[in-house]
Ligand binder design. Sequence first.
Ligand code: NAP
Length: 244
Amino acid sequence: MNKVALVTGGSRGIGRQVAIQLAREGYRVLINYNKSKSEAQDTCQLLRSEGCQVEIFKADVSKQDQVKAMFEFCIDRFGHIDVLVNNSGISYEGLLTDMEEEDWDRIMDINLKSVFLCSKEVLAYMVSNHHGNIINISSMWGQVGASCEVAYSASKAGMIGFTKALAKEVGPSGIRVNAIAPGVIMTDMMKDFGQADIDYLRDETPIMRLGQPEDIANLVSFLASDRADFITGQVLASNGGFVI
Ligand code: NAP
């Protein structure tokens, strides 16, 4: 039976490409979206036209009831779940001293609490199957910190601590947990950056190009596969050498 993967924030950017790659590799994929319904539908339609088995589900991953409903839908539709990709995320730029409490809470809820909520739900299924794979999309800023992105960096560093601790907790249950720390990846998340900033970031990257969603999807595909069977609790960077 084909493996099943659930990708949060699969409507756009990195998550969309992860969903496409896994579906084309034969996974049955549940694409989660929150606001971008038509983008999720378009991706679903594209993949179904290629013969892939794909479903979409609307859920705000920071809300427990919606997360529960999403996993129930996944099990109902596909029967089991092998891979969870915690990808949904938002960014926030500005001085910490200008940040409001509600903005802090929103970043933490969507970037970090969601990882707790989704992992808790999926583990209920994975532990009983003695098998599973959780992949958390963190950031290089979670590794080294970014000025004017303190909350974002803290949420992504939190994902790294979460990954390491959970890997120890559920390894004996046959479940691997890893994080990916992308560098600058050209998605909507970068749309507020001007050309001068983009040029600067590219010039600071030893590989001399910025990342594409495919760069991260390839790594997810590897971590989800049996080729990565001895890898858990790790943070794999894909950043063109921006952070070494
Ligand atoms: P993006 O293009 O802005 O896409 C963000 C995705 O997150 C969308 O699919 C969005 O879904 C989803 N999302 C946001 N809030 C949500 C919520 N409450 N519930 C469910 N889904 C939600 O960003 P991206 O660049 O692909 O980023 C994906 C992940 O990679 C994020 O965790 C980000 O922090 C991380 N990352 C990105 C970069 C980069 O340079 N791009 C670098 C390092 C790490 P809807 O539109 O449907 O709401």
